[in-house]
Design a protein around this ligand. Structure first.
Ligand code: FMN
Ligand code: EPS
Length: 388
């Protein structure tokens, strides 16, 4: 399976293309739209999310709700485009009577300056529009399709926010996906600890007043994933490496770890390795999951645990120092309407990215042409592992 996304933040729409997806999967558009809706939520988001109402339109590869095996194309409209139709029109000369909202003062932490240098743009809007995390809406739509395939194979995936700024809102226990879903449904921050909701709201409100922004830490958990996805044979087949790359490919991510994460480096080996057991009913299992479900670049049958660190949102209403790319004079960085934090939205995007990689690994391992055949091969493989 390969996928591509296209689209500028204030252009007419986002486009997605998935190729190499099995025929015969019953697809729920409601489930895709539900994930898109979740990505738009979360305390701390900016005004743009009041304008948009993300809904997917499927234009190929699906007939009467069932995938055909042919390329799937997806569209999500940018409702805000109506306010930018002249500035962002894909064809035709710019109207000289309309301000083109050029960006000349690059924002620290954004692609603005380096993107301009690399592609030779003198209006940094040409960079900003595509580097914007608006694009992640399409990755969430693609991920939602992959989640439906994973669910049909019995794999569950869920994510939550562990930290916002300095506030730790995690229970610090390994929770099942069902427990995570239940806890995060109780608040608008996708956190586990309900008593941290009010302090985090206060922190976000205060940070907004200060013209500043926040980042955080996200955890994604995937259950019931069989051993042996990915490979130790070559570096580029290691599934943990592919997941790490996919997570780092999401805007504002600055770190990825698995299981107990960077903490394992300070512990003795006896407290880190997940010891091996066998039971006639369960088959092979481990007594712990410090390594987050990976050994040798392969899933080991334990729950996959992925952690991601998001930097604070780079656009500040109290803008940082910058320099005009035209005059070279000192200027405050440009201000684009912005989120105070998008950690909640990012948790949905990371969940999608992990789901896409797991789905790809499964389609790389089994015959992917037809869903029923895939399910049969997959179940035979799982039984074979049990009896190894
Ligand atoms: C869901 C989501 C929403 C974001 N919203 C904003 C935003 O409103 N303003 C902003 O400056 N950056 C926002 N970002 C972060 C920037 O897109 C990102 O930091 C920037 O493109 C530079 O990329 P890098 O941080 O990966 O280096 C958001 C990121 C995500 C994942
Ligand atoms: C549009 C989305 O996020 C945008 C991501 C973003 C950025 O710089 O990454 C900047 C803001 O764009 P705008 O200036 O249009 O409000 C966010 O709203 C979205 O997530 O749907």
């Amino acid at each position: 399976m390969i996928y591509l996304t296209a689209g500028e933040s204030h252009g007419p729409e986002l486009t997605g293309l998935i190729e190499g997806f099995p025929a015969g999967l019953k697809l729920s558009v409601d489930q895709i739209n539900h994930k898109l809706h979740e990505r738009q939520g979360g305390y701390g988001r900016g005004y743009r999310q009041k304008i948009e109402k993300d809904q997917v339109i499927i234009t190929s590869g699906v007939r009467h709700g069932i995938t055909l095996g042919s390329p799937i194309t997806l569209r999500i409209a940018n409702i805000d485009h109506s306010h930018w139709s002249e500035v962002m029109k894909p064809v035709g000369e710019p109207d000289p009577d309309i301000a083109m909202r050029e960006v000349k003062n690059p924002r620290p932490g954004h692609a603005d300056l380096v993107g301009g240098m690399k592609y030779g743009h003198r209006d940094l809007r040409n960079v900003l529009e595509r580097s914007s995390a608006r694009e992640t809406a399409m990755r969430v739509a693609i991920g939602a399709i992959c989640i439906q395939l994973l669910n049909q194979l019995g794999i569950q995936i869920a994510g939550y926010v562990q930290k916002i700024g300095t506030i730790d809102a995690d229970s610090n226990q390994l929770l099942s996906t069902a427990q995570i879903e239940e806890e995060i449904s109780k608040n608008d921050l996708r956190i586990i600890k309900q008593d941290k909701v009010a302090p985090i709201h206060e922190l976000i409100d205060q940070t907004k007043k200060d013209g500043d922004t926040l980042g955080g830490v996200i955890r994604i958990v995937a259950e019931n994933v069989p051993a042996g996805l990915g490979s130790y044979i070559s570096w580029n087949e290691k599934l943990d490496a592919k997941i790490a790359a996919a997570v780092m490919g999401i805007n504002a991510m600055k770190g990825v770890s698995f299981g107990d994460g960077f903490d394992i480096s300070a512990k003795p080996g006896s407290q880190v390795m997940d010891q091996i057991y066998w039971d006639p009913n369960k088959g092979w299992y481990r007594s712990s999951d410090h390594l987050g479900g990976f050994e040798g670049g392969m899933t080991n049958g334990m729950t996959i645990i992925v952690n991601a660190a998001m930097k604070p949102i780079p656009t500040l209403y109290k803008p940082l120092h910058s320099v005009s790319i035209d005059t070279k004079e000192e200027h405050k960085a440009s201000i684009e309407r912005s989120d105070v934090t998008a950690i909640v939205a990012a948790s949905i995007v990371i969940e999608a990215a992990v789901a896409i990689e797991l789905c790809q690994a499964i389609l790389d391992t089994f015959d992917y042409n037809n869903m029923e055949r895939l399910k049969k091969q997959y179940s035979d493989y799982c039984n074979e592992l049990k009896n190894y």
